[in-house]
Design a protein around this ligand. Sequence first.
Ligand code: ZN
Ligand code: ZN
Length: 538
Amino acid sequence: MASIHSRARIALLPLLLPAILVAQEFDHGYIDPAPILAAASAAIGEESLSCISISGSAYSGMVGQQYINAYEVDWPRGEPLRNYTRIIDFENVRMMETFDRDPGNNPASWKYGLGWYGGTPTQQEERQVFSLNGQYAWHQDGTDGEPIAARPLDAERWQLDIWLTPHGFLKAARLPGANPVATWRWELGEMGRDGATVNPEKVTIVSITVMDKYRVDATINSENLLQRIHTWVPDSVIGDTNYEHEFSNADYINIGDGVRFPTNWHHHTGWDDNYQAQSINAGHNAFGGRQADIVANECPGEVAVPANVRNADFFENVVVETLADGVFLYGGGSHNSVVVEFEDYIAVVEAPLYESRNLAVIDEIVERIPDKPIRFVINTHQHHDHVGGLRTYMHIGATIITHWKNYDFYTNDVLTYSQRTLDPDMVSLWPPTELAEGYQYETVRENYVLTDGNRIMQMSYVHPSPHVEGMLVAYLPEEKILIEADLFDAITNDLPEEASRENRTLYNHVQRLGLDVETIVPIHGQPTPWEDFEELIN
Ligand SMILES: [Zn+2]
Ligand SMILES: [Zn+2]
């Protein structure tokens, strides 16, 4: 009996073993990534490509510079990027991007997509150069322009653009720490960038870790082509943000040596949410274009990191200037905040840029005016570079005064409990219970007044405004000070030669409300006498 029993066991083992191994190696829902990656690599000749050069033309999307958030489903289109080129060296992690764009209208440090920091020097030359070498990235205004370091999170995002190409993704999947995992799904509907040849199509998704931090995934279709490469990037306004490139099968062209590379870049920053089903601020198209001229294995060469880029420290410089008794300008950077002291509390006009800027300003306020709560933060408008610190002020217990048209966007997309994993801020790390109670806003329709019986600050709605919907300015009648953002900038000592439509908007607003203004205090630049401004208008 015993011998029959053991023989039966032996006979069964070879049949059972593969099934047991598969069950142990991959959890339910997961499959082996190795053959998927190998097939994709063979399909596009990944191993034969060490560098790529592409050129053509492109468009730019101005992420966070929307006119009105609700009912507007895309980022405003920036100016066209002419004579666009990009050269990538995958092995040495180097990239150079160049294009021509009309000078004068864009922050010099801004490529396209995220990273629009208004109030910084504007682009002066037509040719723009953006370089990357490993963790360092920099910009030059003109081919011989002085290199200006990109902030570390911008540099990381630029580097991601190397790994979010088909060949880059497959190379990144082999790097130490990538730890590829794979799953599958039947894809219906839009199917990435129209990658499907059958409907519905079974696709696989391979997910890897890049730079020890970013989870990047590629959707690979039945022809083994990467049709969507996707990740999340940090943003101080909307948190972990959808970031993806999409390619269609027809985009892949043969460029020799068995290498196939897509001619079209289609990129989303933010969800591709045309019906605003998931978010209020549903902008998405942030970059794209046709780069039909593609050369395999043309490398960018040295791309040496300039010393000033290597040593850039991004220190938050806060310079305080007294404007009147109890009214202070907190400057020293590209965006000011204005601090107004009342009997029992402090109000701050503007929480711009990102959290580190606002923490530096708040520390300085606490140092000078200890033990008085910062009860209110006044938000001029919804452009992302003027909103990035609202969560920081909520964290310290301030109520946000904003125009009511910004409310849905802020409650749904900005001041939420959603986890921020890539660049956690104070609210994300220590979510306060008040966030769920909904008392953190005072929404303004026409006018709103803060007073302690002595000092008065009056907020008013600027309408119509060509710059943005939902714009507020703050006025101190006793001090004859008007605080405003983006309607008049005084970054240089010289007044502009001609009044802009924004300047005229501000002038008309002051006339209509009959405000008695002596000094304009801009969020961008230096306080300016009203007389000088009036000269510009007339
Ligand atoms: Zn601005
Ligand atoms: Zn603005």
